[in-house]
Structure formats: C-alpha cells, structure tokens
Design a protein around this ligand. Structure first.
Ligand SMILES: *Cc1c(COP(=O)(O)O)cnc(C)c1O
Length: 372
C-alpha cells in the first residue's frame, strides 16, 4: 500500500487521487472561456448536490474555508443584524471571532468541547432575544469530530422565522444537505474536504433572494460575496485572480465523487473507514471521546492513553515513519489525538494504520487493555 508520500488521515488538506493532482499540470488564463466554463460547471454541480439549483446560487471565494465563512457572515448579516452562534469547538468559536472582527453583534450558546447544541435550547434563546436575525451552526465540528443534530436545529430556526448559516466545511459532499428538506440561508464548504480537492478556495451556497438584497453590506472589498456573485454572473470570470489549478483539480475531484455514487457513495466509504478504524483502535485500547451516536464519519477523537510512556509527538513521528500522518487533538481539558477517515483512504490504508499503531505501541513499550 505504501505510496511514496505519507497518507493524510486528517480533515483536509487530505490525500487526493493521482488524477486530481495531474489535473494541475496545465496552465489556464483566468479570462479564458474554457476556464470560465469549468468554474460554471463546478458551481452548477455543487448546487445540484445540495438540491438547491432553483432556490440558491453557488458563490466560490478564493482562500481557505474560513475566508468563505467570513465572506458569508459579512455579506449576509446586516450591520444591525445579530447572530446566535452555536459553539461546541474551535470552528464555532472561529465564527464568533469573525463576527467580532467584522463588527456584527452576536450571542453564543457554548456547549464546551463536545456536547451537541440541542433544538430546545436554541428555541429558548431565540424566544428570549428577538434581536437575533441569524443562527450559525457547524455541521460536523471537526475539532472533536462531533456530528451536530443539524435537522433538529434547522427546524427550530425555521419555526422561529430566523435564517440559518451552516458551516458544513467538513460535511458537505458526504453528509446529507438537501435544500428541500433542510431550510438554510447559506451552506459553506471548501475544496479540500469531502469533495477531495486541493486547498485554495471555498464556496457558499446562498439563497438567491437573500443575496440579491446584500449589495453594499460587506465589511471587506475582497470578501464581498455579493460583488463576487454579480461579477461572475455578468462576466463568467472571478472578480480577482482565481486559483486556476485548484479549480481544474476540483472539477476532476467532482468527477470522481460522481463515479463513487455522489454523496451517498462517499458517505458509505467514509462510514466503513470510521467503523473499521474505531473498532480496531478500541480493540487495541484506545477510547473515543464521543459515544457512538455522535461519532461522525469524518474524523474521530481518541483519548491519549494515561500510560506515562505515551507521548503524542513520539507516537506521531513513529506513525509518520510508517507513512501515516494523524492529527493532534483540539480539546481544552484532556490529552487526545484525531484520526480522519476522509480523502483517498480505503480498507488497505485503514488496515495499515491499525498495524502501524500496534507496532508503534510496541516500540513505545505501551501495553493497553481493549476498550469494551
Ligand atoms: C476546515 C474547516 C474550516 C475551515 O478552516 P480553514 O483553516 O480555513 O481551512 C471551517 N470549519 C470547519 C468545521 C472545518 O472543518
């Protein structure tokens, strides 16, 4: 299995296919109509994936996913709006931080490191503060790997007549997003997550009738989603220099996504990866942070063993020597590490991971008991 470069068991950038990498071996003019057709095709396919072609528009934005989140917040939330941010990890916190920077009012429900925000508490918070115009939630909170109850939250937000902004960065392309059953104002993701492209741009799928109202609202020239959209509609081009190679690679990644059976096919593989990984790790003595109900098929947090011989840095380096890159934990209270299931990873790679972990424990002189 061992490829010349290590496999990334991380939440993105992740291991991409050879064909996706090879798609970058050509140069494109940003004004060229062949390139513009690729951008248009990519946006149309993303909209179709969200079952949103007739209600929403897809606006790509240069930069990493956070740039698209900030562009969406700054463009959609009016200067006198107020956002209720549901926080249970680093990415929810980042939304609040963005709002702080761009000067939009907000309130938070902060559940700590790994408790899911629930519909009832959102209902209560909305009833208590009528100034709230928008609710922001993270679909899969990548910092713990928790899968938040997005349907439950969307229903409450819709019932209260508020607008829902979903950071679906690490979910879109695998977990279901259907505009016909999940009422949302905007869903945001990026090239280097479940579609398995390389990093360089993100995108927001936004209600067309809402975006039409957003002229002049953005806090930033570059992160103005409205102007990006209008310019693209008018000219077919990106407003400023696009990451051409990244977009062409992303189109190839979308082809492979479709060949795998779209979101359903991808979710099935990621779920198999997760189950194989979690079962194998538990059998070796690693406990997951979360109960099964909240485990996403994207990334899993494992608690570091309490054995004093366990040191993450050593564990990481010994795995890297075996061609596998894992991810540090992001919990504030307990020592942990994360292992991703997304990217070009299949049964042989998960087997390789489990073997490498077993060898590494032996190298570190650590003996663990299986977790029930
Ligand atoms: C990856 C990710 C982001 C974007 O992070 P960047 O560092 O900007 O790539 C935002 N939210 C979630 C949930 C993510 O997984």
């Amino acid at each position: 299995m061992k490829q010349s470069q290590p496999y990334l068991l991380t939440p993105g950038p992740l291991t991409t296919s050879d064909a996706t990498k090879e798609a970058m071996l050509a140069d494109w003019g940003s004004w060229d109509q062949d390139f513009n057709a690729i951008t248009r095709d990519v946006c149309e396919r993303l909209l179709a994936m969200a079952n949103a072609s007739d209600t929403h528009v897809c606006v790509p934005m240069q930069g990493s996913g956070s740039f698209s989140v900030e562009a969406t917040l700054g463009t959609l939330v009016p200067k006198d709006g107020k956002v209720l941010v549901l926080i249970n990890g680093a990415y929810g916190k980042r939304i609040a931080q963005s709002l702080e920077y761009i000067g939009r009012d907000y309130a938070v429900i902060d559940k700590g490191d790994y408790e899911p925000p629930r519909g009832d508490e959102v209902r209560l918070a909305l009833a208590e503060d009528p100034a709230i115009t928008h609710v922001a939630v993270v679909y899969c909170e990548t910092s713990s790997g928790i899968l938040n109850p997005i349907d439950e939250i969307a229903a409450v937000v819709a019932e209260a007549g508020k607008r829902l902004l979903i950071d679906a960065m690490s979910a879109f392309g695998a977990l279901p997003v259907d505009a016909k059953t999940l009422p949302f104002e905007a869903v945001i993701s990026a090239a280097n997550k479940c579609i398995e492209g390389v990093p360089g741009f993100g995108y927001a799928i936004v209600r067309r009738d809402s975006l039409e109202q957003c002229k002049g609202r953005a806090h930033s020239l570059c992160l103005d989603l409205y102007e990006q959209w209008r310019y693209m509609e008018a000219t077919g081009q990106w407003r400023f220099t696009p990451p051409t190679h990244v977009i062409v690679a992303f189109q190839q990644a979308l082809n492979e996504h479709a060949q795998e059976g779209g979101c359903e096919g991808r979710l099935a593989r990621y779920t198999r990866n997760r189950d194989q990984m979690v079962n194998g790790m538990r059998a070796m003595g690693f406990a997951t942070l979360l109960e099964d109900q909240w485990l996403s098929p994207i990334i899993t947090t494992f608690m570091s063993p309490t054995d004093p011989a366990f040191e993450f840095k050593t564990f990481y380096n010994l795995l890297k020597e075996k061609g596998l890159i894992i991810y540090p934990g992001k919990l504030t209270e307990a020592e942990s590490f994360r292992v991703g299931c997304i990217g070009q990873l299949y049964e042989p790679q998960i087997n390789a991971l489990l073997e490498a972990v077993a060898q590494t424990l032996a190298q570190m002189n650590i003996t663990l008991k299986a977790v029930a």
